[in-house]
Design a binder for this molecule. Structure first.
Ligand SMILES: C[S@@+](CC[C@H](N)C(=O)[O-])C[C@H]1O[C@@H](n2cnc3c(N)ncnc32)[C@H](O)[C@@H]1O
Length: 300
């Protein structure tokens, strides 16, 4: 049963043999800079007009459309993302500043950087990126998410210039858009084809630009914690939010990105401390993890 399930997995689930030897883990990093967080759709709605295969997965989008109103409720279904945000931003600040030679201690370290937040939802990552000085584009496949993101961003002059757009990565590739940094957090486990999705992320990344992807490892621990505990015992997330078989291991993600010229340079895990209720960066990539890669058309 287990082996037939494995054999029915998409090809990227069977890409074995990648090692993470060249990837710097969290504890290798020179410094960390924690920051404070300064209706189901019809098929027609999501019709693919791009030359690239669509990344959209109807059933996944329906789940997010159903809870779109709650994006900015920090105690609602997106509470885990709100809680993780400072930790995600610490990784992004540290890796992007190092790569783009920016001062991580500056108030606006991303000044002038063009960053796209793919699958931005209600904008909980886009907004702090804009406050850190980035020229931010946020895209999401759900119109309602984009409306909520825009309304919320307009409440603050430091975020009101975010460009929000209801579209997909592949459509922006058709428009030949490119960015210094492409960020897709907690999206890849919800798309139709992770390898095609990564191709689009790569095409959106300027030469020598950066790509940051976070997701959940397909491990026994993630089944126990991210699904059984988070969805069924603690009710942090609506039941059915995640499909374990859609998760990627760090090796798989590294391999998929490498196939589209994104070389993963650094990786970190997110771990939750049940006593403090806080997330922190760690070398433990057995459940939630984030990867930073750079786009090189050929390996040095
Ligand atoms: C778990 S949420 C993550 C939101 C945000 N990235 C964050 O981490 O705060 C996943 C988001 O990806 C969006 N999404 C899923 N598939 C998508 C696709 N193929 N293209 C664009 N957005 C997509 C969903 O609508 C949802 O807003």
């Amino acid at each position: 049963m287990a082996s037939s399930k494995l054999l029915s997995q998409p090809r990227w689930h069977r890409l074995l043999g990648t090692n993470l030897f060249n990837v710097r883990l969290f504890s290798d990093l020179a410094s960390q800079h924690p920051v404070s967080d300064p209706e189901p759709k019809s098929n027609n709605k999501f019709k693919n007009t791009s030359s690239t295969p669509s990344s959209l997965k109807e059933a996944e989008l329906a789940k997010f459309a159903a809870i779109a109103d709650t994006w900015w409720d920090s105690e609602g279904p997106f509470k885990p993302l709100h809680k993780m945000n400072p930790t995600r931003l610490a990784f992004i600040r540290s890796t992007l500043c190092r790569h783009f030679r920016k001062d991580p201690l500056s108030a606006r370290p991303f000044e002038g950087l063009r960053i796209i937040d793919v699958g931005c939802g209600g904008g909980i990552l886009s907004e702090p990126l804009a406050r850190m000085g980035a020229i931010v584009t946020g895209i999401d496949a759900i119109e309602k998410n984009i409306k909520i993101a825009r309304i919320h961003a307009n409440l603050d002059p430091t975020t009101s210039n975010i460009e929000y757009c209801c579209t997909t990565a592949e459509k922006l590739v058709d428009e030949q858009r490119q960015f210094d940094a492409v960020i897709a957090l907690e999206v890849i486990e919800h798309v139709a084809d992770p390898a095609e999705f990564c191709k689009s992320l790569s095409a959106l990344t300027a030469h020598e630009g950066a790509t940051v992807v976070s997701t959940i490892n397909r491990s026994m621990r993630s089944y126990a914690t991210a699904i059984v505990a988070a969805e069924y015992l603690l009710h942090w997330l609506p039941k059915g939010t995640h499909q374990w078989s859609s998760f990627l291991t760090p090796e798989e993600l590294t391999m998929i990105l490498k196939h589209c010229s994104i070389h993963v340079r650094e990786m970190a895990g997110f771990v939750f401390n049940p006593i403090t209720g806080r997330w922190s960066l760690s070398d433990d990539i057995s459940v939630n993890f984030i990867a930073f890669g750079t786009k090189e058309t050929h390996e040095e």
